[in-house]
Design a protein around this ligand. Structure first.
Ligand code: ZN
Length: 311
């Protein structure tokens, strides 16, 4: 397939160059790595020569990232939910069970559980957990606007702060939820360590994040590297298996999902038939994408979700 055939997002996003840091591997701290590809923001994704972790290099500083998240992350100024009334949309999703992450938790009995969500946004998923019987639901959210919504709308305990391993006493949590979170962290390994500490024996960690293996299949064509320039690592199942072993978890469930390639957006509204008739080239393109991704292994899909159980 030719690159020019592929739909790509228009991109002009750049980090402040004086705020870029040349880091060592966030997992094993080795300094040797090999380039994998260059993103739209001109930063590289590299793979650690020792442990294989794929991470962004150089990386925006902590201050630069804070500035990014404070400047209307949920308000439509970034790739993330551009131009939508995100919180209101999620509020409607609670009853419909249509929230991101709800499907991952649907098979768990939440009755009486002490649930914590890191990167809880507006708290909608926590509100859903409460409606499913969770005894306690606490959110940690970096953006005050989102945390305030969760307090006001759902009466949740929302802590507005960065990730802090001392946020909860050891063995005091039954379920930690991390939806679209871990790829944003400068130190994902310390997050795994913190979860292992907070959780009771038998407690669970639910993670949903992009599937780093998709890079090997699609390279620059993967939507995961075309959008969300704030993502700092590209984690694979193999990485989670390693961390599970290191921090005494069992990978109880793991699956891949989602289309890894950008589909053509129809300009015309109306029924499916109407759109196909008016923009047949886009319909053909989307069919090709569907067929192509259908014949590829599951590990080429866009994202992964998993449940890890603390031993
Ligand atoms: Zn490494």
């Amino acid at each position: 397939m030719q690159d020019e055939m592929l739909e790509t997002a228009p991109h002009s996003f750049r980090w402040n160059e004086s705020q870029l840091r040349f880091i060592s591997c966030p997992d094993c701290h080795a300094d040797r790595h090999v380039p994998v590809l260059k993103r739209h923001d001109r930063l590289f994704i590299v793979r650690c020569a020792r442990c294989g972790l794929a991470f962004v290099y150089p990386q925006p500083s902590t201050e630069e990232l804070a500035r990014f998240y404070k400047s209307g992350y949920f308000g439509g100024n970034s790739d993330f939910h551009r131009g939508t009334d995100y919180f209101e949309q999620r509020r409607k999703g609670i009853e419909a069970g249509a929230l991101t992450g709800a499907a991952l938790l649907a098979n768990l009995d939440l009755t009486g559980l002490r649930v914590v969500e890191i990167g809880a946004a507006d708290g909608a998923l926590l509100a859903w957990c409460k409606s499913r019987g969770a005894a306690e639901a606490i959110g940690i959210e970096f953006t005050e606007e989102a945390a305030a919504w969760g307090r006001a709308r759902y009466g949740l305990r929302m802590i507005c702060s960065a990730l802090d391993e001392n946020a909860f006493p050891a063995g005091s949590v039954d379920l930690v939820i991390a939806i679209d979170l871990i790829e944003h962290l400068q130190n994902p390994k310390s997050f795994m360590a913190a979860c292992a500490k907070w959780l009771v024996s038998g407690g669970r960690l639910a993670i949903l994040c992009p599937n780093g293996s998709a890079i090997s299949f699609w390279g620059k064509r993967w939507i995961g590297v075309q959008e969300n320039m704030e993502h700092l690592t590209y984690l694979t199942r193999r990485q989670f298996v390693r961390w599970a072993k290191e921090f005494q978890f069992v990978l109880e469930r793991h699956s891949y999902e989602g289309c890894p390639l950008r589909r053509a957006q129809y300009r015309s509204a109306g029924s499916r038939t109407h759109r196909i008739l008016h923009e047949p080239h886009k319909a053909a393109y989307n069919t090709m994408i569907k067929l192509l991704t259908a014949v590829m292994p599951a590990s080429s899909r866009h994202q992964q979700e998993m449940i890890l159980r603390r031993l």
